[in-house]
Design a protein around this ligand. Sequence first.
Ligand SMILES: Cc1cc2nc3c(=O)[nH]c(=O)nc-3n(C[C@H](O)[C@H](O)[C@H](O)COP(=O)(O)O)c2cc1C
Length: 161
Amino acid sequence: MGYINIVNIDDFKQAVGKFPTGVCVIATNYQDQLFGFTANSFVSVSLEPALISFYLDKKSYSLQAFYQADYFTVNILSNDQTDISNHFARSLKDKFQGISYQLNEHDTPLLDGSISALECEKYNHMDCGDHVLFVGQVQKVKVDNTKHPLVYYGKKYRELT
Ligand SMILES: Cc1cc2nc3c(=O)[nH]c(=O)nc-3n(C[C@H](O)[C@H](O)[C@H](O)COP(=O)(O)O)c2cc1C
């Protein structure tokens, strides 16, 4: 069954594009292979339990890995990580080659230099049009209060001043 849009897609993109966001790299490990992609659809959902969510395009290379894996990390990028954001926004096979990261107890990567990181266990996922909504329960967090976040607005990276 096809979907019928009740708004014009360009108008829709323009309207939602007026919402500035942060930028993160969401990463996982599936069958000893590391996967990660740049996302701005990250949002905190619930405090008790501590839940967060993100949306992944069904055309993404990493979709199957996120479906299958039980754990993932959210690495919120700082304003000196635009190169990391661009790198993880490309559909490459081994994106972690040449990238500085540590593995946590679930062998899930935590990127060095992020402004904060959340280690999550998969809580749920749901089909949402051309994307899949993933919800995670946060198990551990790490914050660097000395850094400033990378901001995305109007198809450009911005800095908070
Ligand atoms: C700032 C920014 C935000 C993005 N946010 C998302 C997002 O929330 N969900 C998504 O599916 N793709 C998002 N993308 C695109 C993915 O990063 C890109 O399609 C990536 O290649 C997917 O990786 P994969 O194909 O290896 O899974 C974003 C890209 C940029 C530059």
